[in-house]
Design a protein around this ligand. Sequence first.
Ligand SMILES: Cc1cc2nc3c(=O)[nH]c(=O)nc-3n(C[C@H](O)[C@H](O)[C@H](O)COP(=O)(O)OP(=O)(O)OC[C@H]3O[C@@H](n4cnc5c(N)ncnc54)[C@H](O)[C@@H]3O)c2cc1C
Length: 432
Amino acid sequence: MKKIAIHWFRRDLRITDNHALSLALNSDYEVLPLFIFDKDILNQLEDKSDRRVDFIHQSLQNINQELEKYNTSIYSFFGTINEAFKHLTNQYQIAEVFCNEDYEPSAIKRDEEIKLFLETQGIKFTSVKDQVIFAKNDILKADQTPYTVYTPYSKKWKEKLNANYFQSFNCNLNHFTPNSTPLHSLQEIGFKKTDTHFEAPILDKNIISNYDEFRDYPSLNHTTHLGVHLRFGTISVRKCVEFALNHNQIWLNELIWREFFMQILANFPKVQTKCFKEKYENIAWRNNENEFIKWCNGETGYPIVDAGMRQLNQTGFMHNRVRMIVASFLCKHLLIDWRWGESYFAQKLLDYDLSANNGNWQWSAGCGCDSAPYFRIFNPYEQTKKFDKELIYINHWIPNLNDLDYPTPIVEHQFARERALRIYKEGINNTL
Ligand SMILES: Cc1cc2nc3c(=O)[nH]c(=O)nc-3n(C[C@H](O)[C@H](O)[C@H](O)COP(=O)(O)OP(=O)(O)OC[C@H]3O[C@@H](n4cnc5c(N)ncnc54)[C@H](O)[C@@H]3O)c2cc1C
């Protein structure tokens, strides 16, 4: 049997400018493209119409359409990662497995285990940087410790950047091994098609060039919606960074925030469950379940909060400005533990990413690295005046705003603000 190499697709669902794929295709072996529908992950998803699974499935179908021209297709496996590699090592003579690095703690553990298993079989495991420009240890302070404040991190990030970092990786698509096994259907893996239409990833010059001017107004929808594509690698971050450099520095800053939070999670994995600033663990959250349900359903009686939550529930997306408002509202106005909100977003967001979600929730709650100070409490009414003055966004998501059945405010703003200030202060001082 001829020896082959495997390219294991994970968060890199594209066949151009893909680092690990380019290495595999340049190796001495023909390459089998692999995707594993990982039961350990899929079983955790309660909603069988999960938009992320649909997105992944559609992206794999798109890749297969391209691969057809090269007489191959993705070899899909439905099971656990261990089962997949046991099966593959029985089925094929594998010389090497290539993949792109994934920096989430559970993925790091998974990759270490698979690497060990493959090595016992005499198979090399090669994993390389692809989803970021700078990974965990690439941008460090002079004393070789990680940055925990964004501004100096981003300054160093920009100083270090040069054209080599965003050079495209050439993928020689003629070097695949033939394969004709069909992709598992959504049904076969226990999921359903959703009603979401996924736009192809586009670096839209109009949106990006004017990003700084319009990005904060939710009704204008003037952001790129590339979050999901960066999350699953259907666009290359190198292309995005190159485009940002040429068109808009503020948009570049957003891409750097993404990497900032990724290196925070990788260097401080405790943030996955704990406040970055430990003293915030002592806040006496009220954690009222009924209020939480109202927040989730967009029934707080605060129109900008409710509009955001309804947008999230109906589409899987929420505008960044509104994400900040609803998160602040949950933690400060309702005094509900940020982890509850984080976990709700994790279920619903199409662009859900552990590091960005966690980092931004901790930022909003005041307990994260480089957070908004705890006494900065967004006033939802003032935010509306500034960013949705004509109520266009609100009216879109709450057509019955003026009807009698629209709820009255769940809590009075000034009262909630003072309560939050008191409870936060008491919590933080508890440990001094
Ligand atoms: C409470 C809260 C939770 C969030 N959860 C997530 C999440 O799970 N996944 C996620 O990708 N972003 C998250 N964000 C950040 C931000 O809201 C989204 O990245 C952005 O709204 C996505 O829209 P877009 O793709 O049009 O991005 P654009 O505004 O066009 O920005 C381009 C890209 O830059 C990155 N980016 C932008 N802002 C941030 C940021 N503040 N932190 C990290 N990366 C950023 C994203 O990859 C984004 O797609 C969260 C923000 C808040 C306040």
